[in-house]
Design a protein around this ligand. Structure first.
Ligand code: GLN
Length: 305
């Protein structure tokens, strides 16, 4: 396995240049575009890794499945479903997906920005900083890494420039879908996107989803199996935004990307995979990261199809 990962990293390293850094968040352009790393945790507890697997990067949208999980743990499935739909939008992650029809909860999706901003309002907590702290604690617990922190520079950068997300949040507020102060809700969202992780953290989190809510080896249960079922299904259909259909054909596993260049991929019952390469394709997904996953999936028969 180590050898296979090493070969894949060497093979796809030249492609890292073809991607673009997410320049709409200025701080994200300060990274090395040629980085490529992977970490895999298997059901026997063994780990394999290659390349820049120790580089840290912000999770960005990879926090969305954890946000959804916490909303499910706090409120149960029915209430979450009432507030945020589950159908793919087929649109970019920051699309203002609102035309002449009324904006209803069923039009929202938890894996795109508008739905994720709404999820922040559903978390339990006495204020938005408490809600965020609970999300951070859950992320640490799922990854088994208590050192996970926010990258303050990325948080400040996104808070300063995130006007598209402000537009989305104001639209939710104008429709009465959220009641709280937009800046408070967004502060939680921007902090959540700025949580920093590495490939190992992503692989460990992915493994818990792959193992239906239980840690590797100890099998300690962290959340109900039903919630893994719910989150994995949404990741399969929407985790790579408007690239999800293409990804399902090429790779065929539930996964979540972030504009920081990470991908968290879940192979149900078998593996958790974390990948990092910050050059993005036109949909905002890690370009070389998908190439590595595509070949890994072919070689190890990972596709659920
Ligand atoms: N923080 C990013 C944003 O809201 C997350 C988007 C992403 O990773 N695709 O724009």
């Amino acid at each position: 396995m180590d050898e296979l990962l090493e070969d894949l990293v060497q093979k796809y390293l030249p492609f890292t240049n073809q991607g673009q850094l997410a320049n709409y968040i200025p701080e994200l352009t300060k990274v090395d575009k040629n980085a490529l790393g992977i970490y895999v945790v298997s059901s026997d507890g063994k780990s394999s890794f290659a390349g820049d697997y120790q580089k840290r990067f912000t999770m960005q949208s990879i926090i969305k499945p954890i946000l959804l999980l916490l909303a499910l743990m706090d409120n149960g499935e029915d209430l979450v479903r009432e507030h945020v739909g589950v159908e793919a939008t087929g649109k970019p992650f920051d699309a203002i997906n609102y035309t002449d029809q009324a904006l209803l909860s069923e039009h929202l999706n938890p894996m795109v920005n508008m739905g994720a901003i709404l999820l922040c309002t559903l978390l339990s907590g006495k204020n938005y900083s408490h809600k965020f702290q609970r999300l951070l604690e859950l992320t640490r617990n799922l990854s088994g890494n208590s050192e996970i922190q926010v990258n303050e520079a990325v948080y400040e950068s996104e808070k300063r420039t995130g006007n598209r997300n402000r537009a989305l949040a104001f639209l939710l507020k104008s429709q009465g879908i959220i009641q709280d102060e937009v800046e408070d809700v967004l502060d939680c969202y921007f902090r959540a996107c700025s949580i920093e992780a590495d490939c190992k953290d992503l692989a460990n989190i992915a493994f818990v989803f792959a193992n239906r809510g239980r840690r590797p080896v100890s099998e300690e249960r962290l959340f109900p199996a039903r919630y893994a079922h719910y989150v994995n299904a949404i990741l399969m259909t929407c985790g790579m935004y408007d690239g999800s259909g293409d990804f399902a054909i090429r790779v065929g596993v539930p996964a979540k990307s972030g504009v920081g260049g990470g991908i968290m991929a879940i192979t149900p019952t078998r593996m958790g995979i974390g990948i990092y390469s910050p050059g993005l394709d036109t949909k905002g997904n890690s370009l070389a990261g998908i190439q590595v996953l595509e070949e890994l999936s072919q070689k190890l028969y990972l596709s659920v199809f």
